[in-house]
Ligand binder design. Sequence first.
Ligand SMILES: C[S@@+](CC[C@H](N)C(=O)[O-])C[C@H]1O[C@@H](n2cnc3c(N)ncnc32)[C@H](O)[C@@H]1O
Length: 257
Amino acid sequence: MRKRYTAADLGVFTREEATRFVPRGDGDPRNDVVLAWELLYRLEPELYDRLSRAERLHPGILGWLPCGVDRIAEVGAGTGRLTMELLDRGRSVVAVEPALALRRILRRKLAAADHGDRVRVVHGFFDQLPLPDDFADLVVACSAFTPAPGHGGEAGLAEMERVCRPGGCVAIIWPNHLGWLATRGYRHVSFPGAMSVEFGSYQEAVELAEIFYPKAADEVRRLGRRTVPFEVVGINPPRDLAFKVLALTGGKGRGRR
Ligand SMILES: C[S@@+](CC[C@H](N)C(=O)[O-])C[C@H]1O[C@@H](n2cnc3c(N)ncnc32)[C@H](O)[C@@H]1O
């Protein structure tokens, strides 16, 4: 991934995106893998979608999420790894996603899905959600929120809590900074059991491993299978979530934006 893009590709960002992802204006995706991922979403969105289809969430996470709620807001929805699982859980879902190329893929999937009309896909960022106060019963992000200001941070977490109704739940799925979230009142749940990346075929496993987990590519070839344990690819499996149920009265700090 670090070699895939160069600084010349940064021109794909809109002004709003550049403010968040290259705030000093001089980023280099060869030295900054987070920036390389943002370029992937915009330059090769179908490639990202293939990876996210293979890295499936632990079924315990899907079982844990509330059912039968009125409104759900998802932030950083991408191509819908989680969004597609939310369709039957809420009367309506708003999927917020900044990258136009990912929104297009998500809309295509929703158009093909039963009840896809319950979902509105909108442009937006963690730190400026285009939703009113107390909007949703569940506000969720999957593999998207980090403490870094460009990818959420304090302002992003405050925004997620602002749009969550009192008594509702804010959930961060596949969190990467549990300690940071714990100090902000988030509890941790982890679901046990072996987990594998489930590629569509052995050929796809090799192709995507060379791009996304190059250190594991030889081992993926040696295994000769389409399913590869997460320990082999060397990333933590999507088995965790952090959540906070907001107080019913008084504690939201209205206007904290
Ligand atoms: C690893 S992808 C995860 C996408 C999807 N949730 C999934 O699980 O496949 C990270 C997502 O966060 C989005 N993202 C990055 N920065 C963001 C920001 N500041 N506000 C909202 N979304 C952001 C990206 O565009 C991308 O869709």
